[in-house]
Design a protein around this ligand. Structure first.
Ligand code: ADP
Ligand code: NI
Length: 217
């Protein structure tokens, strides 16, 4: 595939995600694409499928404005069709997009290909570490959620619907998703990168709780 097709798709995605306020802005897509290609350097996979899936993975995500459940791959397919991507590649990219999202602590999200494993890892790594913390509070603020409310404990979600519709505070999101990601990364390269990011999440939480405790009397 020519690099001009990738550039045209990139520019379309850039327009869609410009100034998005929930931590799913263009720079998230940009980081996931670069991280996916970095993981592919050591983990392999079809780089064309990986790059397209990374660029299109959050198009019409139900979390974002206007997104409908299961609509993501359909929207991605429309964009790829418009740019003349062959059907066999489109199918593989759409399968990656279907498999990428986190769906709750008690919901398994198996990957059927190395390309899925890589893009899922890159997306999850971006929810960890310093950037992951910033994104969580951006998302929570945008959805009118409290930073923390010690009277509301975290939950285990048994379905995507339950997870998606729960309106908890943002600190719970750390226990319901962010701290669990370390053990859900697929590739050895991502596991290595994720270790430090996980430790930073844990340090942030421990400082947060220590600061909260001092004020809590
Ligand atoms: P995934 O599809 O795996 O959820 P995304 O990149 O689409 O991955 O979005 C995940 C990001 O959305 C995370 O960085 C997370 O901070 C944010 N997010 C999603 N749900 C919540 C929530 N309930 N509270 C805070 N942040 C959230
Ligand atoms: Ni994403």
């Amino acid at each position: 595939m020519s690099s001009s097709i990738i550039q045209a798709i990139e520019s379309e995605v850039k327009d869609l995600f410009q100034a998005e306020p929930t931590g799913h802005d263009w720079f998230h897509i940009h980081r996931v694409r670069n991280m996916s290609l970095h993981l592919s350097d050591t983990e392999g996979g079809d780089r064309e499928v990986i790059e397209l899936a990374a660029l299109l993975h959050d198009v019409s995500d139900p979390k974002l404005n206007g997104g409908i459940f299961d609509q993501g791959p359909i929207e991605a397919d429309k964009i790829m069709t418009k740019h003349g991507i062959p059907v066999a590649t489109r199918r593989r990219v759409c399968t990656v997009i279907e498999e990428v999202s986190y769906k709750g602590s008690d919901v398994e999200t198996p990957c059927s290909s190395i390309e899925s494993q890589i893009v899922q890892d890159a997306d999850r790594l971006d929810a960890m570490g310093a950037i992951g913390i910033a994104r969580a509070f951006a998302y929570g603020g945008n959805r009118d959620r409290e930073i923390y409310n010690p009277t509301i404990p975290p939950k285990n979600h048994k379905s995507f619907e339950e997870y998606h519709h729960d309106k908890s505070h943002t600190i719970n999101h750390f226990y319901e998703k962010l701290l669990l990601l370390k053990d859900r990364l697929n590739t050895p390269t991502a596991k290595q990168i994720g270790q430090e990011r996980h430790e930073f999440l844990a340090l942030f939480l421990s400082n947060f709780m220590a600061d909260w405790g001092l004020n809590d009397r």
